[in-house]
Write a new protein. Sequence first.
Lengths: 287, 282
Amino acid sequence: MNFKHKYFFLFPGLFVLIGILIFPIIFVVRLSLSGWNSYNPGLDYIGLENYIRLFTDDPRFWESFFRLSFLSVTTVILQYVIGFALAHMVWKDIKFKRFFRVLFLVPMMTTPVIMTVIWRTFFHESLGPVNDMLSIFGVAPKWLTDPVIAKFTVIIVEVWQWTPFMFLLLLAGLLSLPKEPFLAAAIDGASPVRKFIYVTFPLMAPISIGAIIIRLIEASKIMDTVYVLTSGGPGTSTETSSFYIFIKGLREFQMGYAASMSFTYLIIMIISLTIIAKVLTKLLLKE
Amino acid sequence: MNKLYIFLKYFFIVVWTVFVVAPFLWALTTSFKDFQSVNGGVTYIPWVDFEPNLEGWKVLIKSPARGGVDIIEPYFNSLFVTCTASLISIILGTLSAYALSRYTFKAGFVKNNDITFFFISQRIMPPIVLSIPFFLFLSSINLLDSLTGLIVVYIVLLMPIAVWIMVDFFNKVPREIDETALIDGCNPYQAFLKVVLPNSIPGLIVAGMFCIIFGWIDFFFAFILTFTEVQLLPVKIVALNSSVTPWWSLSASALVSVAPLIIVAFIVERYLSKGNLSGAIK
């Protein structure tokens, strides 16, 4: 089967993708070397000035980046633990199995920003049901306006939204596991806990790595939830990298500087995701 | 031990179910409220706590001039952009995935896996990185604020998903069936169209569902690349949020916009239970 046909199959998709992407990527790099802003739009050449400013004179970018790391790592860990637990529960026969499976999938089918609009009313400090119920205990957390609590509100919404995706990947993985190891464990009379630790979890390790990486990639883009829920506020306490670049680039029109930030951000993302993937593989696949 | 485990299991399932359902229930009750029952304190149960009315739902179809929010046009825009971009992505992605699964490519150090990785790795690209060049690029060719421009951008978002799912799916379709077709005198295109594709329908459906999900729920590009001429549903509803629109019509429009994809949840579950999704994850 080594004809030229193979190129006719591959190339349309490949070239469309490259065709759409090549220009923007080159353009971002070129733009990052220019001082394009709203007073002075144009591709002049100012060398590495933007990068120097970014690395020496912009703590806000790095703060937003660490905040993003905190938010995405926390949400992904929570999603993994909860998603695994849920998938494990509806894996074997349980009453209304299919009902629960569908129900647990539903949040990921809903548009994040639209549900966030609902969450905003849900967490409203005086008119929302959460604080109304909490008032029984005499507490009224400021879900959206307290710098610390607002971060956790973002995490709650992200966990609600994207645990289903983790659940989906992990359940699909569980359903594809071979039966023999479980039979062997049953013959040995292993308890459910031991079965999980010695059979299910090791078998799921490769799938877990895949699912965690996929979710980390998606979580590292957190932006629209934050935009709707808190607009990065109060102050900059929930601002993520994407959101900060968005403000600089498309609100203040400092295109050149925003381009240098987004290029740096992309490179950091690629490097850190590669490292995380390597570390996870080593940790979970050592046996 | 076992009883405790079962108790904890059902307890956890119930807690999570409540958590999943809560915002929907809240939105549903809120959509039937009026000014008094929203602003006069928190109310939950219709007819007991407050008198339900249909005002929130009625304004959805009225034009803005008559005090409505008119989400019909954004609805169809969203539907059109999502479906078109998904269709193009699926067609192109499936062809490429088939090539990557069946043939060997080698150009220098670049091999099949590298090409596959190139496709999939486009998901790593943060939307913000693309948004600035796309913004300037589309405005220079007058495609800013148009459906065409959005479709082009969405293809980049969706094709990696299609390739990712289809490569794994084709890898599970036995090679013998194409080889038999070729021996029977089909050319490779006929073999693909008449033999391989019909055997890949579950994979195509799963890939299609994922493309539709990720197209439909996108807000970011629609938000940056369109303004007034063309509005997609999420942008429209978020815009409602920032103006003074009351909670009841906000809730009603949110529910209307998330409803269609609930059907997708049923389809995905069906294919999940049949084991058609497993290959894609490994």
